[in-house]
Ligand binder design. Structure first.
Ligand code: AGP
Length: 351
């Protein structure tokens, strides 16, 4: 009811706006478990992060982060884990699941366990099936999420993974001080992006086509994939997310005035910053509209949703509210059932 929505028209908007507070909680919760899980990552030969939908995108974030410390971890669509996972006693499987009830994720966890692997779970709901079956559970502390569309649980998953990365780095005796310091500023940066909500709403009024592509490079591939998922899930408009590098290998042929591009521009210090700028120019040269979610104004873009310029490692957390709001306002304009999009359930408990 309205009261639970605290005056917001939809749970989704309420949950988007709650993120600065939730991220403060996620930045402190489950410290002992995160340390234990980091140790397990260090001691395991093979490490998989598995999940579905939004949770799978969080797995990709882990893949990029850990690579920075020279650790190969593999992000795997949980529904395909039985088809390609290589599992033995030296394997660690970390399941990401907000609800702790997703059928495909639970099935993959059980498969891993039967083969002697250790199983960890990063979960939001205490007492859910995943928390009962995992060897070690890390709670996210995102609070109840009612909208089907995952928002605050996603950024909270990213926060937990980021902390796992810090603890893992410390176990390797790396200097993680810069990363640790960045944690405290995350809620403030997220708030700065939320403050752009009126501008973002205005931008959505000019999104008039039926096809959208979300692109980025580097760790923000996560943002491109998640941005597209949010958008299609609640607007029912076609959206695809991919690396900007992939554009030239097929999709660019689709770009014209009937396909808009949302470009998620990495922070300025990123080594992929310049390449995304040239990708934006390529899109413009084909008459495609470009909405940039970016730390600096991109002259060639039609719209610039300006974000704080942060270290690349935390940028996927900071960019999330921008594309969440973009999807939200577009869906509202189209009169969609924002909190309960057709054909979707909050947790998918069947195959
Ligand atoms: C995201 O907005 C979706 N609702 C969906 O992709 C979701 O993330 C997926 O079903 C996984 O759910 P889980 O985290 O509860 O396992």
């Amino acid at each position: 009811n309205q009261a639970e929505k605290k005056g917001y028209p939809h749970f989704m908007l309420k949950e988007i706006m709650e993120q600065p507070e939730i991220l403060k909680i996620s930045s402190k919760i489950s410290s002992e478990e995160i340390k234990k899980l980091a140790k397990l990552i260090k001691d395991s030969e093979k490490v998989y992060f598995i999940g579905m939908g939004t949770s799978y995108h969080a797995c990709i974030y882990a893949e990029y982060l850990f690579s920075k410390l020279g650790k190969l971890v593999i992000a795997c669509d949980a529904s395909e884990f039985l088809n390609k996972g290589v599992v033995d006693e030296k394997t660690l499987v970390i399941a990401l699941t907000q609800s702790g009830e997703t059928y495909d994720t639970l099935k993959a966890m059980r498969y891993a366990k039967e083969r002697g692997a250790k199983v960890g779970a990063i979960v939001n709901i205490l007492g859910s099936t995943a928390t009962r079956e995992a060897d070690i559970t890390v709670l996210m502390g995102a609070g109840l999420e009612i909208a089907v569309c995952a928002t605050k649980t996603f950024t909270s998953q990213l926060m937990i993974i980021y902390r796992l990365f810090i603890e893992f780095g410390k176990l390797l005796n790396k200097d993680m001080a810069v990363y640790e310091r960045a944690i405290e500023k995350i809620p403030k940066y997220v708030k700065e992006v939320l403050n752009k909500k009126d501008y973002i709403e205005r931008v959505t009024k000019d999104l008039k086509v039926n096809n959208y592509i979300f692109i980025s490079r580097g760790i923000n591939i996560v943002s491109a994939l998640e941005g597209a998922l949010k958008f299609k899930e609640i607007t029912y408009l076609h959206a695809e997310g991919m690396s900007a590098g992939m554009l030239k290998h097929g999709t660019i042929s689709l770009i014209d005035e009937r396909m808009d591009t949302i470009a998620i521009v990495p922070p300025k210090n990123s080594r992929v910053f310049n390449s995304i700028i040239s990708n934006i120019e390529e899109v413009k040269a084909r008459n495609g509209k470009v909405i940039a979610i970016t730390p600096v104004e991109i002259e060639t873009a039609d719209y610039n949703i300006i974000t704080p310029n942060v270290i690349e490692e935390i940028s996927p957390i900071i960019y999330a509210p921008a594309y969440q709001l973009l999807a939200y306002y577009k869906a509202v304009q189209l009169n969609r059932d924002v909190d309960k999009p057709r054909g979707l359930a909050k947790s998918v408990t069947v195959e």
